[in-house]
Design a protein around this ligand. Structure first.
Ligand code: SF4
Length: 280
């Protein structure tokens, strides 16, 4: 079984319990306005350019393709860059190869484990399930997810992984569609299933100024938490550097909100509703 990954990061302490190795799978069905990892969006290999060390010779731009009005780097760009700044993002790897690599650090990861992130790891569900099957009982596994995938697949993954980091972004479906490009209906169904499954998980709320940090949204999410008996969340305040990686793809970062506005941390609402929280 082949998958497409774009990074493996070791010694992560934010992607689940303990020290973990995080595998980033390529491809995501959402287009969150605040996405800070655009490399994870496309389901295909693509060429990215490091911004550090560029001498602005434009050798890469001169041989780039224009697709739908956007600049797309080509193989010739990789060859022509005198500074060696262009590279492929996306590596095909078999589940056997990947799991063998991950299990080499089995001892070191005994107090932590392996986290599958992305992109959206559920978007390569066959590959993900194959990896989870191979790792079952050998190493602790976690899935960092938006929860967006068909419920049948989600149930299979819940049956195989040990832990979930589940994003809840916007409680209102209209706003969810506006800011992420997809409805939250299937996400909320999957969340209910996860909460009643007995599987360990943590809810994460990205705090995006004027979008997800509004009182209305936090109250809406708190209602969802209460319905599922959840009394702890992790908060991820918006990172002002979110747009930095778009230049690597020759893309502009144009969020649908004013990123200069300070994030509101919803301490009062969470405390009032007895929801404990940690700011990451
Ligand atoms: S070819 Fe390399 S050095 Fe020249 S503009 Fe492109 S990235 Fe910069």
């Amino acid at each position: 079984m082949q998958g497409l990954i774009f990074s493996i990061e070791e010694f992560s302490v934010y992607d689940g319990p303990g020290i973990r190795t995080t595998v980033f799978l390529k491809g995501c069905p959402l287009r969150c306005s605040w996405c800070h990892n655009p490399e994870g969006q496309s389901y295909n290999k693509e060429i990215v350019r490091s911004p550090n060390g560029c001498i602005n010779c434009n050798n890469c731009i001169n041989v780039a393709d224009i697709v739908d009005g956007k600049t797309v780097f080509t193989d010739d760009g990789i060859k022509n860059c005198p500074m060696g700044l262009l590279r492929y993002s996306g590596e095909n790897i078999s589940s056997e190869q990947l799991c063998e690599k991950l299990l080499k650090n089995q001892n070191m990861l005994q107090s932590g484990g392996v986290t599958f992130s992305g992109g959206e790891p559920l978007a390569q569900s066959d590959f993900l399930l194959d990896c989870l099957t191979k790792l079952k009982g050998k190493i602790h596994t976690a899935i960092q997810t938006s929860g967006y995938c068909d419920t049948q697949t989600f149930k299979k993954v819940v049956g195989m992984a040990d832990y979930f980091l589940f994003d809840l972004k916007l409680a209102d479906d209209r706003l969810h569609r506006k800011y992420t490009g997809v409805s939250n209906a299937v996400i909320l169904n999957n969340f209910s299933f996860l909460a009643s499954s007995g599987r360990e998980f943590v809810v994460r709320i990205p705090l995006i100024p004027t979008v997800t940090d509004s009182d209305e949204n936090i109250c809406g999410i708190v209602n969802l938490l209460k319905q599922s008996g959840v009394n702890y969340v992790e908060l991820l305040p918006y990172n002002q550097m979110a747009g930095a990686k778009y230049k690597m793809l020759c893309r502009e970062y144009r969020p649908d909100f004013d990123e200069r506005v300070a994030v509101k941390v919803p301490e009062r609402i969470l405390r009032k509703n007895n929801v404990a929280f940690k700011i990451l």
